[in-house]
Design a protein around this ligand. Structure first.
Ligand SMILES: [Zn+2]
Length: 79
């Protein structure tokens, strides 16, 4: 190898948000990741439902309200 042109290749720890730690080697000693093979839904087989703000619920409530209003309006028109 040519001197002084290669980055340092050190022991590295990859830490996932789920707590999983993978030991490897890299130019960086520690790498933080958000998802790994242990917690990714593709490997776990379970689905993670990302609806923290309850947007789907809010939408369904709004839709029910609108449909009720439309039904009431249609009834009024018939009379
Ligand atoms: Zn993970």
């Amino acid at each position: 190898m040519k001197a002084n042109i290669h980055p340092k290749y050190v022991d590295a720890e990859i830490r996932c948000a789920c707590g999983n730690v993978i030991k490897t080697r890299s130019t960086k000693p520690s790498i933080l990741i958000g998802i790994c093979n242990v917690c990714h839904p593709f490997y776990t087989g379970t689905q993670k439902f990302v609806d923290t703000a309850g947007r789907v619920d809010k939408f369904q409530q709004r839709m029910a309200k609108t449909q009720a209003a439309q039904a009431a309006a249609a009834k009024r028109k018939k009379k």
